[in-house]
Design a protein around this ligand. Structure first.
Ligand SMILES: [Zn+2]
Length: 80
């Protein structure tokens, strides 16, 4: 299905509202500055790579699916 300009604008507005709400929570219920809201919008509310925001792979190593895939490739399951 083709999605046009109206849809993209709707999604942007929706996400900007979400970024505002998240920023408000981070700033103790007070209205956050537009700069903070813009930062959260641009980074999808994950502005850093700490253990709460960042990709879990950097802390926990490869995911279960990646480990399974590596196992299958190393043992050549297709040849059995
Ligand atoms: Zn963080």
């Amino acid at each position: 299905m083709e999605r046009g300009k109206v849809y993209r604008r709707h999604q942007a507005a929706r996400y900007k509202a979400r970024a505002f709400k998240v920023s408000q929570r981070w700033w103790g219920g007070k209205a956050p500055s537009p700069r903070i809201v813009g930062l959260n919008y641009a980074t999808r509310c994950k502005p850093c790579s700490c253990y709460m925001c960042g990709n879990r792979r950097s802390l926990e190593g490869p995911t279960r699916a990646e480990r399974l895939s590596a196992l299958v490739e190393s043992e050549e399951w297709g040849s059995r």
